[in-house]
Design a protein. Structure first.
Length: 179
């Protein structure tokens, strides 16, 4: 049977395989073709992972000319270029980026190195916020923790007031022309 394995990045690996071949052997062949180690491979067929290495291709219900998705299992931080390609492939996410983070939007389209830098900075900010949250919950009676909690409450009140104003008085944020 003729099968095509396609990666998230669009690389394709067509193979002529025996339906009685076990998945473990197919993964070994894919490692030689794609360079993705067997332990990092995830193979999906019609959205379902093929996970029993002892089953044959025929037992999974694969047919001649089937297309399968070959994914690299990520153990660490995501590759910036992979994230950029996924963002570029999602029109809804791109429109959200254009509205909320125009600099990241422009970098995603035109400058992969800048996108990687902005993504690293964002990841560091998220990690710092998580660390701060952990510190606040471990010792909430610390003077510095109390100050930060107070600032957090004030910011939540500001956000709530802003949302209320947008919901009930949207004309204050733009021009209204009467006919």
């Amino acid at each position: 049977m003729y099968l095509t394995f396609v990666t998230d990045t669009g690389d394709g690996y067509p193979m002529e395989l025996d339906p009685d071949m076990e998945l473990a052997n197919v993964k070994a062949l894919l490692e030689a073709e794609s360079g993705i180690p067997v332990e990092d491979q995830t193979i999906l067929f019609e959205g379902h992972p093929l996970d029993d290495a002892r089953k044959t291709l025929g037992e999974f219900g694969l047919r001649h000319d089937s297309m399968l998705l070959l994914r690299r299992r990520r153990t660490g931080a995501p590759d910036a270029e992979m994230v950029r390609l996924q963002v570029l492939g999602d029109p809804q996410l791109m429109s959200q980026l254009r509205e909320r983070q125009p600099e990241l939007y422009a970098a995603a389209q035109n400058d992969p190195a800048r996108f990687a830098q902005l993504l690293r900075e964002h990841t560091q900010r998220v990690a710092a916020a998580a660390e701060l949250e952990r510190q606040l919950t471990t010792n909430p009676f610390d003077v510095e923790a109390q100050r930060r909690i107070e600032l957090q409450i004030q910011q939540e009140q500001i956000d709530e007031n802003m949302q209320h104003a947008i919901d009930y008085s949207p004309e204050a944020f733009g021009r209204v022309t009467m006919l």
